[in-house]
Design a protein around this ligand. Structure first.
Ligand code: PEP
Length: 278
């Protein structure tokens, strides 16, 4: 079984100093290297990732290294860092943008691509998403492709059409398909109506969407690779609903916004990932 992934998207929250304090508190939850006391989060085989703002990436990377060196990281799980957004070009006159290469230098190994806030607020098209996935691969970052339908699209019975359009765009170019492996690519299903609204998809809603995505991945990449690509669920995930969402068929992890800003809640979500993966 592929390891469950619990990932936190901090969005435009937590500057460099806040990121350090977050990691201190997160490590403290896992308390040293002894056996966990009852009720403490157990990361198990769960993969854990954080997507801080680009300006906080380097601080997060340095603090994580300091905590590991001092032994304070204890039993806290290995932590991967990612960037929330990358430009398609490696460098140039693109004021305010961050390239995949720069994010990699600052400590990222992952990149969110196509988050619904980028698609809706910043009008990113499927073509732009494809170019950003290409940029991530070029720089050696593993893209986490976000897909999901708007409420009106769901109500109009267009769930499948929207998800397939967004995923197929990235799976169609042969050179992209060739670079896709379970360790270099993941998909996050995030129904737009459930992001930051407190409205969570039911486990059945998640299972329906994940089955559509899995079918497309297997169809385009073959059984061996397509069946192993992680598909995460995201949208108002909290410690209280994590277990039931992780129990839904094909839900291989969680992408968490709001609840990832609190080190205690995020550690509890990692504990849920550990239970689901054991
Ligand atoms: C997100 O932004 O990816 C997300 C899932 O946010 P929230 O958990 O706050 O709904």
């Amino acid at each position: 079984m592929t390891a469950v992934i619990v990932a936190g998207n901090w969005k435009m929250n937590l500057g460099p100093r806040d990121a350090e304090l977050f990691l201190d508190a997160f490590a403290a939850v896992f308390g040293g290297s002894g056996e966990p006391a009852d009720g403490q989060a157990r990361p198990g085989g769960c993969r854990v990732a954080l997507f801080p703002p680009a300006v906080s990436l380097d601080a997060a990377r340095r603090r994580k290294a300091q905590l590991e060196e001092s032994g304070a990281w204890g039993r806290a799980p290995a932590l991967e860092l990612g960037v929330q957004q990358i430009h398609a070009e490696a460098d140039g006159a693109f004021t305010g943008e961050t390239s995949a290469e720069q994010a990699s230098q600052a400590g990222a190994t992952l990149a969110l691509v196509g988050h619904s806030e980028r698609r809706t607020i910043f009008h990113e098209t499927d073509d732009m998403v494809v170019r950003r996935v290409q940029a991530a691969f070029r720089a050696g970052l593993a893209p986490m492709l976000c897909v999901g339908e708007q409420l009106e699209e769901r109500k109009a019975g267009r769930l499948e059409a929207v998800l397939l359009r967004q995923l197929e765009a990235v799976l169609s170019p042969p050179e992209l398909r060739a670079g896709i492996r379970p360790e270099t690519f993941s998909v996050a299903y995030e129904p737009v109506w459930a992001i930051g609204t407190g409205e969570t998809a039911t486990p059945d809603d998640a299972a329906e969407a994940h089955a559509i995505l899995r079918g497309c991945l297997v169809d385009r990449l073959g059984e061996e690779i397509g069946a192993a690509i992680p598909i995460l669920y995201g949208g108002s995930v909290k410690p209280a609903n994590a277990d039931e969402l992780l129990a839904a068929p094909e839900v291989g992890g969680l992408l968490v916004g709001g609840a990832s800003l609190d080190p205690g809640d995020f550690a509890a979500l990692v504990g849920a990932g550990g239970r689901a993966g054991s």
